[in-house]
Ligand binder design. Structure first.
Ligand code: SAJ
Length: 419
């Protein structure tokens, strides 16, 4: 059953999903309001960085199964994959979901399936999407099937996880859930579970919340350990030898478009009940401030203008995504307090924020901070770096470096979670 599929929003999730469906013989149109994204895709190229994606897209575009358009076209299936950012007041911004849904109404016809994939507050599919689709005059649930099936893929390994992860499908009725399951079965090897929309919506939010809360616990433990003079990484290592304990890794904060955002969608709906969830968000958001206080202590004796070099800027390792990056928050705090900051990283192309010359970015630095544990930082020329810096301290916020190697180049090695 090959379908004509229209995927609205061809970013980090929509594009790999479009490529995957088209690689299995479906005819896919990727729709995006960004003209550049559309033009680039029609040439078989992409504007984001994700391992394996460029070659994958090139193949399916040249096969004729994937093309891009500014507006949705008549199809059998519509999948909405647009971002749901967060407003300043920590409420969900579903404007793009609303406009994407409105854009498919003129081309909607009997027999269509509509799926929302965007992470959304509980109730969005039934209370927001359904009424908009009803403007087509069609009976939603009978003429048009509707459901919610969240993406679960991890940036950096999207193509593999898209195919192999289990999936949850929530339908506005059983028929919707079952037909959407059949659709995803054509690309997914994992199990697909059907339920109702609200359950599927909360599952998505809760998966990321689970991880955020556990990272907050690790970050809180790191701060406690610094106060008690204990090495948090030893505590975690030995605790995790217990068969039912899995403490996550502390770090400079939690970034990305998912963990740093989604828990707030639950807090927004249930502010009185979602106490641990909100507190965890605040704990993780506080980490750049905690790192800043550590820096202040380390450099307290320096009276002249201080320069800091930060290795890495993205929200996590080996990707090009800077959304909600805690490193950017740290840079802002440092600059507000009069520090000169340089970021070294070569992964982000054409970005004037970063210096792509390692030794130049470290020149006259009083402190080098490991912000992101990118593979390319594993074997840095520490002897060379030592010759150009002004100070002699390296602060590792991820327990990433080889302490002995850094010390043997003449640096003092400091670690988050260890005094
Ligand atoms: N982090 C830590 N400590 C850890 C693990 C992560 O500080 O032990 C930090 C990372 O450095 C990063 C942030 O958390 O700043 C988020 O990174 P991540 O690798 O945990 O997750 P994301 O945001 O890249 O992807 C998550 C995934 N969700 C879960 O693992 C539950 C992914 O499966 C989702 O599809 C994705 O969110 C999404 O799109 O919602």
């Amino acid at each position: 059953m090959k379908k004509n599929i229209c995927i609205v929003g061809i970013g980090y999730i929509g594009l790999p999903t479009a490529a995957m469906f088209s690689s299995y013989g479906h005819k896919v149109i990727g729709v995006d309001i960004n003209e550049n994204v559309v033009n680039v895709l029609n040439k078989g190229k992409i504007t984001i960085t994700e391992p394996g994606l460029e070659e994958f897209v090139k193949k399916v575009v040249s096969s004729g199964n994937l093309s891009a358009s500014i507006v949705p076209k008549e199809s059998d299936v519509f999948i909405i994959c647009v971002p749901t950012p967060i407003n300043k007041d920590k409420t969900a911004n579903i404007e793009l979901v609303i406009s994407a849904t409105k854009s498919i109404v003129p081309v909607l016809k009997k027999g269509n399936i509509v799926v929302l994939e965007s992470t959304s507050p509980v109730g969005t599919t039934e209370e927001v999407i359904k009424p908009i689709l009803e403007n087509s005059g069609l009976n939603i649930g009978k003429d048009v099937l509707l459901g919610y099936s969240p993406e679960r893929v991890i940036p950096g390994n999207i193509i593999y996880e898209l195919k192999h992860n289990d999936r949850v499908v929530g339908g506005i009725n059983e028929k919707s859930a079952n037909e959407i399951k059949e659709l995803y079965k054509t690309i997914v090897d994992g199990n697909i579970y059907t339920t109702n929309c609200k359950t599927a919506e909360l599952c998505k939010l809760m998966e990321n919340t689970y991880r955020d809360v556990n990272i907050a616990l690790a970050n809180e433990l790191a701060m406690i350990c610094e106060d008690l003079g204990i090495n948090v990484w030893d505590v975690i290592k030995y605790c995790n030898k217990h068969p039912r304990v899995n403490i996550h890794n502390p770090g400079p904060g939690v970034g990305g478009h998912c963990l740093a955002v989604d828990p707030w969608f639950i807090v927004e709906k249930e502010p009185k009940l979602a106490k641990i969830i909100g507190l965890s968000r605040e704990t993780n958001d506080f980490m750049p401030n905690f790192i800043f206080s550590k820096i202040e202590k380390l450099l307290k004796d320096i009276k002249y203008d201080k320069k800091i070099t930060i290795l890495g800027a993205t929200y996590k390792a080996n990707i090009d995504d800077m959304r909600e990056s805690p490193i950017i928050k740290l840079v802002n705090i440092l600059e507000d307090n009069g520090y000169k900051v340089e970021i070294y990283y070569t992964f982000i192309k054409d970005n004037n924020l970063v210096n792509e010359d390692l030794l130049d970015s470290c020149k006259d630095s009083d402190l080098i901070i490991l912000g992101v544990d990118h593979d390319e930082f594993k074997d840095l020329p520490w002897d060379e770096i030592k010759k150009v810096v002004r100070g002699n301290i390296v602060l590792d916020t991820r327990n990433f470096f080889n302490e002995n190697k850094i010390k043997s180049s003449g640096f003092i090695y400091k670690l988050l979670g260890k005094m």
